[in-house]
Design a protein around this ligand. Structure first.
Ligand code: ZN
Length: 271
């Protein structure tokens, strides 16, 4: 599932190819995504210029003068830039045709993704208005997390993954950040010290930045417009490493089920 780093890498890869270009048209081959693709999307977008591309949580916002195209990659979606005459394959559901023989193509086998039109102001839209703080927001620090956790009793991993509190930290990166911060994923947020909150805030940012830097080659793939999804370097410290030695203390990594998701942690150094 695309998580924040993949979405941010996609955004960075698209910016040089989309911003400043006009949209010639839209082809919707299958509107039945997570929510129906609006029937009038083509009419709204034709002739519009792409002013910018932003990310909010795992949503991409393609800014135009009269509104915004919101794209979510769902479970299996990806965006690629292909030449106009590139024949569509089975799961290529939406094309946005740009000037200069380029088409932005959404491929999504499981169709949990979304393409919507958001009139101004986009931030007030129901999908965006309730989103929590961005990990790359300058205010994202230990004190802010501690304040957001006040009065709650949930396990810290559930807290981190709650998109209404912190946006875009999915299962993998929550696991990895807790490992880096040496905090047990089941620990209640009411029992975390100010110092540990600060470690956690830093660890979330480090984990995401690490993933972004690993996506550097993805950016080049993207710029090559070959439509390949990009080869993410999946080098995790704890995630997916059950039974393997902890890179810090050599204790075997353990796995547990938490809210129907797998959590990986080191019983030796995550207390
Ligand atoms: Zn360890």
């Amino acid at each position: 599932m695309p998580e924040l780093p993949e979405v941010e890498t996609t955004r960075r890869g698209l910016v040089p190819h989309l911003v400043g270009r006009r949209i010639r048209g839209v082809v919707v081959r299958n509107p039945n995504l997570r929510w129906p693709v609006p029937r009038d999307l083509g009419r709204r977008l034709e002739g519009e210029e792409v002013l910018g591309i932003r990310r909010r949580g795992k949503y991409l916002l393609i800014d135009c003068r009269r509104g915004h195209v919101l794209v979510h990659l769902g479970m299996s979606g990806r965006l690629s830039l292909v030449p106009d005459d590139s024949p569509p394959r089975l799961h290529d559901h939406v094309d946005v045709q740009l000037e200069g023989n380029k088409t932005l193509r959404l491929t999504d086998p499981r169709r949990f993704g979304a393409v919507l039109w958001l009139p101004e102001p986009a931030e007030k839209h129901a999908l965006l208005s309730g989103l929590g703080i961005e990990p790359f927001d300058p205010e994202f620090d230990g004190a802010t997390l501690r304040r957001l956790a006040r009065g709650r009793r949930v396990a810290v991993k559930q807290f981190l993954m709650n998109g209404r509190i912190v946006t875009g930290v999915g299962n993998i990166y929550a696991s990895e950040a807790l490992f880096r911060a040496r905090i047990h994923p089941l620990r209640s947020v009411g029992r975390i010290s100010p110092a540990a909150w600060q470690r956690l805030a830093s660890a979330v940012v480090e984990t995401l930045e690490h993933a972004l830097s690993a996506g550097g080659s993805t950016l080049r793939d993207f710029a090559a417009s070959d439509g390949k999804p990009g080869r993410y370097q999946k080098r995790f410290l704890a995630y997916g490493r059950e039974g393997k030695p902890c890179p810090r203390c050599r204790t075997p990594i353990r796995a547990l089920r938490q809210g129907q998701r797998s959590t990986f942690y080191c019983p030796g150094c995550q207390r």
